[in-house]
Design a protein around this ligand. Structure first.
Ligand SMILES: Cc1cc2nc3c(=O)[nH]c(=O)nc-3n(C[C@H](O)[C@H](O)[C@H](O)COP(=O)(O)O)c2cc1C
Length: 189
């Protein structure tokens, strides 16, 4: 059985982002994966201090000097077979929680540690306001992941106007992703 972390960010436990998390998680479980959802907003996550001369010791040590929930989440992601990132869209971008976490993750992983290389992830952006900004948000997320040699399996835009058909699609995507983790990804990227 493959283990998958569903890392999601919104302060709301009953909004669009949470509904997306529930749909993907249900699909992952239907695909026989061991799925665990982690709400980033509930963790203690400081922002990068750009310590030392700006590069920090994380570049060579693969660890952050700050003591909060970062390291255990990094360890969990490194140990996971699959990762799903689900963010609410704020200002056409990721949530501040996601930005703070990914800033540090990239610094720790992209140079020496490389514990996330080749992990293929499912990306979801949830725009509950005007519905604008999912494309920019998903592109930004994928760009950051590329620094860590992580790759996207798919990029899924959800808003309050398409939720009726996107939530079932997310469940199907979760199931398909779980099955691909078992059988392999037939993709050259
Ligand atoms: C600071 C802020 C910026 C937001 N920017 C956008 C946006 O660019 N596009 C959009 O459709 N919704 C935007 N929203 C709405 C959120 O995407 C989201 O739907 C809302 O915060 C409710 O969260 P939920 O996903 O938990 O339902 C914004 C919300 C906040 C708080």
């Amino acid at each position: 059985m493959k283990n998958v972390i569903v890392l999601w960010s919104s302060p709301n436990t009953d909004g669009l982002t949470a509904a997306a998390k529930d749909a993907v998680t249900a699909g992952l479980r239907a695909g026989n994966a061991d799925a665990r959802a982690v709400q980033l907003n509930r963790l203690h996550m400081e922002h990068c201090r750009a310590c030392g001369d700006g590069w920090g010791s994380c570049r060579t040590k693969g660890r952050c000097i700050l003591e909060d929930d970062f390291q255990s989440l990094y360890d969990d992601l490194a140990g996971a077979d699959g990762i799903v990132f689900i963010t609410a869209v704020y200002f056409h971008d990721l949530t501040e929680s996601f930005k703070a976490f990914l800033d540090r993750l990239r610094r720790c992983d992209a140079f020496t540690a490389r514990r996330l290389t080749d992990k293929r992830c499912l990306l979801v952006a949830c725009a509950g306001g005007t519905g604008q900004g999912t494309s920019e948000c998903l592109a930004r997320l994928e760009y950051t992941m590329k620094h860590m040699n992580m790759r996207a399996y798919d990029r899924l835009p959800v808003n309050r106007f398409n939720r009726e058909y996107m939530l079932p699609a997310l469940e199907e995507a979760g199931k398909a992703y779980a099955q691909r983790l078992e059988t392999g990804f037939d993709m050259y990227y």
